[in-house]
Design a binder for this molecule. Structure first.
Ligand code: ADP
Ligand code: MG
Length: 326
């Protein structure tokens, strides 16, 4: 059975009803003994009609803006900033809502429903005994085969969706240091963050952590641009930092927006520390080969899930799609 079929079946079971279209496919746990039959073929959208359909609004947020030519600069004076307690940033919730993102006051949108379905199995495992293997289940990484598949989009919406739960607080970490886009997508200026923690061992997490006006949501930005970003992310310092985050926030869901798996090695290293991994697969674009390769990189990792993203549910559209790589 293909992963897509598995995902469709799982959601059918969860919904306990006939398949209904939804913009995103909820996570399907990957069985590495199963061959990946299809990444996003036209036939899969029929199979996955249980789960897959239209993209988010054309007015999707600043995620539509091009990635910056270079990662964010260090804010002026950052190097000399004295130790300070966690600073607060203001998310423009009305704007986010307008742009079709998950917010608490957004009403019952289909996006909200999709992320409700997506988060449920992740939350279930986050603090369950089953998740307490080697890696903490509350560390959840979003990755993909290639750039542009929707990691940041899904990471932010998932974080917002979980932050709306009464029982959970969320830390969203922008670990895609080569193409950081969490703050930009949220309409916020660049801030110090992950890279600064890796470069400066005297810096404390509390000095760079960003509290938000969503009380249950904090953000750790990618931080200062450095040519050593890739090495730093794959370093033992990063390993220790992830352990520190897990130790410091054992009751928090920590979502890592991560680099793609097929371009660099750091996503794989990061994955080795995670309790749960979500691979975002862009429908109609990502090839079966790319998905297989990505999953191959994750062999040995616990709790690998898939989100089938950016699918369309326009009758007959399948015939008109070409499949292309990258
Ligand atoms: N489900 C979706 N519906 C509509 N647009 C989406 C969706 N997922 C991602 N996008 C858009 O696709 C583009 C790439 O998404 P992004 O999350 O930045 O990718 P990545 O982080 O994987 O590089 C962005 O413009 C984003 O708005
Ligand atoms: Mg991104």
């Amino acid at each position: 059975m293909s992963i897509i079929e598995k995902a469709a079946r799982r959601i059918d079971q969860e919904r306990g009803q006939a398949p209904a279209p939804a913009p995103l496919q909820a996570p399907a746990e990957v069985d590495f003994n199963d061959p990946v039959v299809a990444a996003a073929p036209a036939t899969a959208s029929a199979t996955a009609s249980a789960t897959a359909s239209a993209t988010a609004p054309a007015t999707a947020p600043s995620v539509q803006a091009a990635a910056p030519a270079s990662p964010p600069p260090t804010p002026a004076g950052a190097a000399t900033t004295a130790r300070q307690s966690t600073q607060k940033v203001e998310l423009d919730l009305a704007k986010m809502r307008e742009l079709g993102m998950v917010t608490a006051a957004g009403g019952r949108t289909s996006l909200l429903e999709d992320f409700r379905i997506i988060k449920r199995p992740l939350l279930k495992r986050a603090f369950s005994a089953a998740a307490k293997g080697d890696n903490p289940g509350n560390l959840i990484m979003l990755t993909s085969s290639l750039p542009g598949e929707g990691k940041t989009y899904c990471a932010i919406n998932l974080a917002m969706s979980i932050a709306m739960e009464l029982d959970h607080t969320v830390l969203l970490v922008d670990a895609d240091v080569a193409r950081p886009s969490v703050l930009r997508t949220l309409g916020l200026p660049a801030q110090r963050g992950l890279m600064d923690l890796l470069i400066d061992d005297k810096l404390d997490m509390s000095e760079v952590l960003l509290r938000t006006n969503v009380d249950t949501l904090s953000i750790l930005a990618a931080g200062t641009s450095t040519p050593r970003a890739t090495e730093l992310l794959a370093s033992s310092t990063m390993t220790n930092l992830v352990k520190e985050i897990a130790h410091r926030y054992p009751d928090r869901i920590v979502i890592f927006d991560s680099p793609p798996l097929l371009l660099t090695s750091e996503a794989r290293v990061l994955a080795s520390h995670m309790g749960q991994i979500v691979v975002v697969v862009e429908s109609q674009t990502t090839t079966q080969h790319a998905v297989k390769e990505a999953l191959h990189q994750l062999e040995g990792c616990a709790n690998v899930n898939l989100i089938y993203n950016k699918t369309r549910d326009i009758p007959g559209i399948e015939e008109t799609y070409d499949y292309h790589y990258g």
